[in-house]
Write a new protein. Structure first.
Length: 253
């Protein structure tokens, strides 16, 4: 799992016109709102990323109860500013007082990743509990021979792009993570048996009960099974072949 809470430095602080009690700050490449006077430039903070869930039994996070203890991107229309993440003083957390800039404190603070529910619409059913065991031993768990999709947020690595450095800008499609895979099982030294899987972001889907899901619609529309069969048969040394991407369209996120 990626780091959700880490020790970072306050890069800059700017006043917000018209705001008396808050100001704008940057941590790494993230813009966020902080209490006025709580930090100085160069101070270390505990930075908690968006899409994180903080423990609901920790009094230090009681102020997030109305937000269901979830850190989200927040937009203050009154001041025309956004806040992405939460910066808190290191002194609030004696259990991480030893930590240095860049240290991951996700587990120490019991921060979890927020998981959105699997997309459901009129043309799609929810994933079921049927299927072969994967990660964690659950029958519909994501297969343990496939890596889940995950990318480092560019805001966490602002030093990657230097001044006047050429780069290629790409569009991030906002849809639902989709995985198709095939695994080769050897039988009798010469006979191959192939296992095909269709997965959502977190679950292995059932070919019968989830047949009307958007994942299986894409699987059939683009003849993915035949594509995977051809690829693995033409690559004799391959034990697994996986296609991962984002399925997008109206109503999907």
């Amino acid at each position: 799992m990626r780091s959700l809470a880490h020790i970072e430095k306050i890069v800059s602080i700017s006043p917000i016109p018209g705001a008396d009690n808050i100001e704008s700050a940057y941590v790494l490449g993230w813009q966020l709102i902080i209490k006025k006077g709580e930090f100085k430039v160069g101070d270390l903070c505990v930075y908690i990323e968006i899409d994180s869930i903080v423990p609901n039994d920790d009094e230090r996070f009681k102020f997030l109860e109305s937000k269901n203890y979830r850190i989200k991107t927040m937009k203050l229309n009154k001041f025309n500013i956004i806040s992405q993440g939460l910066a808190l003083p290191v002194t609030l957390f004696p259990e991480v007082s030893y930590a240095k800039e860049g240290d991951d404190v996700t587990d120490l603070l019991r921060i979890k990743k927020a998981e959105d529910p699997e997309p459901v619409s009129s043309f799609q059913c929810t994933p079921t509990g049927r299927g072969k065991k994967g990660k964690g031993g659950k029958k519909n768990a994501f297969p343990n021979w496939i890596h889940k999709t995950d990318e480092t947020r560019c805001e966490n690595i602002p030093w990657i792009l230097k001044d006047k450095q050429r780069f290629i800008a790409t569009e991030k499609i906002d849809g639902t993570s989709t995985t198709f895979g095939v695994k080769r099982h050897k039988r009798f030294f010469f006979f191959n048996h192939y296992e095909f899987v269709v997965c959502s972001r977190n679950l292995l889907l059932d070919p019968v009960k989830d047949a009307n899901s958007v994942y299986y619609q894409i699987y059939k529309k683009y003849n993915i099974k035949q594509v995977l069969t051809t690829l693995i048969k033409n690559n004799k040394k391959a034990h697994t072949i996986v296609i991962q991407g984002e399925t997008f369209g109206e109503g999907l996120q």
